[in-house]
Design a protein around this ligand. Structure first.
Ligand code: PSV
Ligand code: MN
Length: 392
């Protein structure tokens, strides 16, 4: 791709950051409170604005309800807009109440299912008040033992609940269905893979799409192939970017598997250029789903956003015509080399030039480390509560 076209494509890239990445978080062993960690949704939005100010490509923040519940959504929306931030996806939480021990929408007891639907519908009203487009759904529903519950009945209940939520969406709003093959249930998870999510999304209609979280697959799953398939079906709605080595580790995206992140972006760039998939690819929500347990949080978030930018820039460099010719000729290693050539290119000088052209700091991480914002929050938020963020 020509440099001018690349610069224009980089201008269009967007990454949404998660409110829960800015608060204290931990593992089930320990939450270490971090100096300066955001303590409420206002501070989380302020931190998200700092990430956007330095990177230029992170202009929205996803909220998790009830962690981010607030008295006055209009005021929160204004507060965010004043800082150049829009409210992104709304993430309901139907996994932390005592009632949800056996699930939420798939629970055997109708009263619990109703409670879950009521919360999801409340989140749809929050979308209207915050200007959010996407309702991002993840369910901890599942079972721990063979025979514990009727699997077909659970599927039916899940479908019925999802259908009620889909019916409540306004035009232009979407429902994203996130799958995960294990955890917290260990025998069976109701939305265990992309096929289950896709089947529900197809039955629910055009406003329902699938969300791919990079940490939610078994070891060795080919995520870029899943991405290509969902794009071709017109059903890829969004991403939760992060990195994993062992389980759902929520590490900095691209830190353990840069080739995988590049290959995913390469599929997206190809789909953007293909008239059959361009509309779906153009509407994908690129979101980060990470929590930083021992890393400085804003620094970790900036690094994550930059890793996505780097992977995207490399994907733009793929010589598509040469690749198509090598593939058509059955040139196995020639085609592979063309793809990997792009991955091996050092795009850092180009991205530095892009930042300079937009009056952004050439090194956003260094700018953050030495900047006034970090000094200020470290001084003025001295006693962040260990319970203010993702509980881990
Ligand atoms: C579940 O592991 C998940 O990926 C879902 O997206 C939740 O909303 C999020 O993590 C909470 O951190
Ligand atoms: Mn997720």
């Amino acid at each position: 791709m020509e440099t001018a076209a690349m610069m224009a494509a980089l201008d269009r890239q967007r990454i949404e950051t998660p409110s829960w990445g800015y608060g204290n978080s931990g593992t089930r062993f320990k939450t270490f409170p971090a100096p300066g960690a955001a303590r409420d949704v206002w501070e989380k939005i302020a931190d998200a604005a700092e990430v956007h100010r330095l990177t230029g490509i992170a202009p929205s923040v996803a909220l998790h309800i009830p962690w981010d519940r607030c008295e006055d959504w209009a005021a929160l929306r204004r507060f965010a807009a004043e800082r150049g931030i829009a409210i992104g996806a709304i993430n309901p939480n139907v996994f932390q109440d005592d009632a949800y021990r056996l699930g939420s929408l798939a629970h055997p007891d109708e009263a619990v299912r109703e409670r879950a639907v009521a919360h999801l519908l409340e989140c749809v009203t929050i979308m209207a008040q915050t200007g959010s487009r996407d309702l991002s759904l993840w369910f901890a529903d599942g079972t721990n033992y063979a025979g514990q519950d009727d699997l077909r009945a659970r599927r039916r209940r899940m479908r019925a609940g999802l259908a009620r939520v889909a019916a409540a969406l306004a035009p232009g709003q979407r429902l994203l269905i996130e799958y995960k093959f294990f955890e917290p249930a260990f025998y069976f998870t109701d939305l265990f893979d992309w096929g289950a999510a896709l089947a529900h999304a197809q039955a629910l209609g055009p406003q329902a799409q699938v969300l791919v979280d990079l940490g939610h697959h078994p070891q060795g799953a080919n995520i870029e192939a899943i991405v290509a398939f969902l794009l071709a079906e017109g059903k890829l709605g969004g991403f939760h970017f992060n990195a994993r080595r062992y389980a759902d580790d929520d590490l900095i995206v691209g830190s353990t598997n840069p080739l995988e992140l590049f290959a995913i972006y390469a599929e997206l760039v190809a789909a953007e250029a293909d008239p059959e998939t361009a509309a779906c690819a153009g509407a994908v929500a690129y979101m980060i789903d990470q929590s930083f347990n021992i890393e400085p949080k804003i620094e970790g978030m900036i690094a994550s956003v930059l890793n996505c930018q780097e992977a995207y820039a490399k994907a733009l460099l793929v010589d598509r015509a040469a690749l198509a010719a090598a593939q058509a000729a059955g040139d196995v290693l020639g085609a592979h080399r063309i793809l990997v050539d792009a991955f091996r290119t050092d795009v850092r000088p180009l991205l530095e030039a892009w930042r300079r052209a937009h009056n952004l700091p050439p090194d956003p991480l260094a700018a953050h480390r030495s900047g006034a914002y970090l000094a200020d929050i470290t001084r003025t938020r001295p006693r962040a509560s260990a319970a203010s963020g993702y509980p881990g």
